[in-house]
Design a protein around this ligand. Structure first.
Ligand code: TXA
Ligand code: MG
Length: 430
């Protein structure tokens, strides 16, 4: 049975000893809660996979207190090393995981036999204290059941992993709310290649900004972002293949290997809540962000009057949970079974903090059939030059896209239906 404790000095000391004995401790970071083990103790790390029900081909992030601790764990060229240091000086402690060549000291179970290890130094005080007191590198994925929404409170961890003998350090709600940026760093043909494998609070623009006045880096750094185009048809086929018991094992293995080539954690349905979830497409905001405080949804929604002709499924609003953004549907909130808002004032950072909590909340209504979320990038399409898009917007949109597996719906505001189509347009991630 898991135990939730307050992160007092004594409890941190106890948790540190518990880790050293090969046990697991869940702790808050600024992003989400992690399920930690001594990274150099293979048996302990195995428990992470077992408790989370996580496949072994998914590598685990290692957390360190400070830069000096990475020396033992990574094996870099001179250029890589210089740039790694630059990154840590600019972005650590913080939500940037750097994936780089691992030394043989790092267990295979951490790297998923890729030869690369992802490391970050979290900025949360409790995480920091635990790392400092234990002096261990701590392997920690998000502390949720595999495939479920990441935890942003100690209670969330307990809900998913409460039956296991873990200590949960309660540091309240996390302040970023979505997982760290995962970026691979590699020297190829004399250039430093940076590949963004997972979006987070640190964006490619933040990295560019950090090197723009350093010619030594500016000249050799190349940035790639892994783009995913969700082929829903392929997804459906994959789903069918999985359901088919007779499917031969080799084929499934190959499929996993292909996913591995990018990053296993990028699996599209990775952050899915337990209910059918869709993104609402027909929010059509044309007004300037600054002047639209009194938006009336009936004006801003396109009139899809012929919508009833070709949908595949429809749900009534009364069997729907709506997670709103910027009070778009506040006027008609009583039509839905349950209604909440990521940020009534349209604040992106606040939305990131609230997203996972609200996805978990949306699962608590057994009477409902469907959860709908706004397609949030639509709100930021027509910005003027001096309106800055918060750097976490891309990451937030990415998580909402995954929560819905890229599936979209339209709202019929005349009849109060959520309409879901069989022939969906393939959505491109931006
Ligand atoms: O914010 C976070 O990163 C949180 C907190 C606890 O630090 N951790 C977290 O870990 O989100 P996890 O395991 O849930 O997601 C990390 C993802 C993995 O799924 C994997 O895709 C990628 O990061 N990753 C980790 N190590 C990697 C490696 N060596 N090569 C490629 N991808 C890696
Ligand atoms: Mg995770």
């Amino acid at each position: 049975m898991a135990l939730i404790v307050q992160p007092t000095e004594i409890e941190i000391e106890k948790a540190s000893n518990y880790l050293k004995q090969g046990n697991l401790v869940a702790f808050p970071t600024e992003t989400v809660y992690g399920l930690g083990a001594d990274a150099l103790n293979e048996e302990a790390v195995k428990k992470i996979f077992q408790y989370k029900d996580r496949p072994l081909n998914d590598p685990v992030i290692v957390h360190v207190e400070k830069y000096s601790q990475v020396q033992d764990l990574i094996n870099l060229t001179e250029k890589e090393s210089k740039f790694y240091k630059h990154l840590t000086q600019n972005f650590w402690p913080g939500p940037l995981t750097i994936v780089a060549k691992a030394t043989s000291k790092v267990p295979d179970i951490i790297t998923a036999k890729s030869g690369f290890v992802g490391i970050r130094s979290p900025s949360h005080k409790v995480a920091h204290d635990l790392l400092k007191v234990s002096q261990l590198p701590i392997a920690a994925p998000s502390a949720n059941r595999f495939g479920h929404v990441s935890p942003t409170t100690a209670q969330h961890v307990f809900e998913d992993l409460g039956k296991y003998p873990i200590t949960i350090l309660d540091g309240g709600s996390t302040v970023v709310g979505i997982e760290s940026t995962v970026m691979k760093l590699q020297e190829i043909n004399g250039k430093i290649q940076l590949t963004f494998l997972r979006k987070g609070a640190i964006s490619p623009e933040n990295i560019k900004e950090s090197i723009k006045n350093i010619p030594e880096f500016n000249d050799i750094v190349e940035i790639n972002v892994v783009q995913r185009v969700v082929d829903l048809k392929k997804k459906e086929e994959e789903q069918k293949a999985k359901e088919n018991e007779n499917e031969n094992e080799n084929q499934n293995e190959n499929q996993n290997e292909n996913e591995n080539e990018v990053s296993p954690g990028l699996h599209i349905t990775h952050y899915a809540p337990d209910k059918e979830t869709y993104l609402i497409l027909n929010i059509d905001l044309k007004q300037d962000l600054k002047t639209d405080s009194n938006i009336n949804p009936n004006i801003n929604l396109k009139n899809y009057s012929n919508i009833n002709s070709n949908y595949e499924k429809k749900f009534t609003f009364s069997e729907t949970v709506l997670i709103d953004f910027k009070s778009q549907f506040l006027d008609i909130k009583d039509k839905f079974f349950a209604y909440s808002d990521l940020s009534p004032n349209g604040d992106v950072e606040e939305s990131s903090v609230n997203l996972y909590s609200l996805l978990r909340w949306s699962e608590t209504f057994p009477q409902t059939k469907v959860v709908i979320l706004p397609e949030i990038t639509q709100f930021f399409k027509n910005l003027t030059k001096n309106q800055k898009i918060p750097s976490i917007l891309d990451a937030l949109a990415d998580r909402m896209f995954r929560a819905s597996s890229g599936k979209t719906a339209f709202l019929d505001l005349h009849n109060y239906f959520v309409c879901v189509f069989s022939k969906l347009e393939n959505l491109k991630e931006n």
